[in-house]
Design a protein around this ligand. Structure first.
Ligand code: T3D
Length: 262
């Protein structure tokens, strides 16, 4: 049994959450899902202003732990719809909806749901040696955890089809070139760079950062007119925030702003 399938640490307003089943490339068990939910709850209760997600060991996450999916003769098939509905989909929705920026440091291979959970985060950095693998077709499944949504939106239909159907590895550098992730980083600099970005975001105007996240996601389905109206409404609300007043004051006084996140 895993004692601590998820590690949690809070420093400088950043909640760092580490997937911690390194011997199995941090693949998901039900216990790990539960521990991850609890860690995100804790980040919210701690009033963290940014979340940093990464993996322990040489992998980021290899998706579902397939040893939990081996059926014995005579037993019925596993209900994958249940686990997706109870665990993976709520996790993706939570990361996308979380009221703080989410940085993902992909430290090694990200396969299956592991790849798509990384893509659900707001800013994705990957070690140069890391790779992304839509492993699903290799085991007779379709990309889940948002995979069939992220791929065409991020890299276009042709590349989405190739990645999903051929289920080959995409290097971190190619993922950056294709626009799947923000940046590939030298392995030995990954965590320092990811922490620096997370700390910068945690010291930033949280309300505005969360509004940016939501506005950019809204643009995936809005028309230009709807998006212009959305920007007007959000800007009106932000114009009444402490951080906007502080940002303007700091600019006029030629000093760094001290954002409070409200
Ligand atoms: O089921 C549901 O609820 C529906 C939801 C599904 C979501 C999904 O994610 S389905 C897709 C599941 N994931 C995969 O199909 C990926 C399986 N893993 C791999 O293809 C390879 O491990 C990798 C390409 C990711 C990495 O390859 P490599 O050669 O670097 O490492 P390895 O030797 O294959 O793996 C190292 C160990 O981790 C190994 O254990 P061992 O032999 O040393 O004891 C391997 O069995 C284990 N491991 C890796 N991935 C998984 C896993 N064990 C269980 N489940 C895994 N997904």
């Amino acid at each position: 049994m895993d004692e601590t399938p998820i590690l949690y640490e809070l420093a400088d307003g950043v909640a760092t959450v580490t997937l911690n089943r390194p011997d199995k490339l941090n693949s998901f068990t039900e216990a790990m899902h539960a521990a991850l939910r609890a860690a995100i709850d804790r980040a919210e209760a701690d009033k963290a202003r940014a979340l940093l997600l990464t993996g322990a060991g040489r992998g980021f996450c290899a998706g579902q732990d397939l040893s939990d999916r081996v059926t014995s003769p005579g037993a019925g098939p596993p209900d994958l719809g249940r686990t997706i509905g109870e665990h993976y989909n709520p996790l993706v929705r939570r990361l996308r909806g979380l009221a703080m920026p989410v940085v993902c440091a992909v430290n090694g291979v990200a396969a299956g749901a592991g790849a798509n959970i990384a893509l659900a985060c707001d800013i994705v950095l990957a070690a140069r040696s890391a790779s992304f693998l839509q492993a699903f077709a290799k085991i007779g499944l379709v990309p889940d955890s948002g995979g069939t949504y992220w791929l065409p939106h991020l890299v276009g239909t042709a590349r989405a089809m190739g990645l999903a159907m051929l289920a080959g590895r995409l290097s971190a550098e190619e993922a950056e070139r294709w626009g799947l992730i923000w940046k590939a980083v030298d392995d030995d600099k990954l965590m320092a760079e990811a922490r620096a970005i997370a700390r910068e975001l945690a010291a930033g105007p949280t309300m505005a950062l969360v509004a940016i996240k939501r506005a950019i996601h809204a643009a995936e389905s809005n028309t230009l007119d709807e998006q212009l109206d959305h920007e007007r409404d959000v800007q009106r609300a932000l114009g009444a925030s402490h951080d906007y007043a502080e940002g303007v004051r700091a600019f006029m006084e030629k000093r760094a702003a001290k954002f409070a996140g409200c």
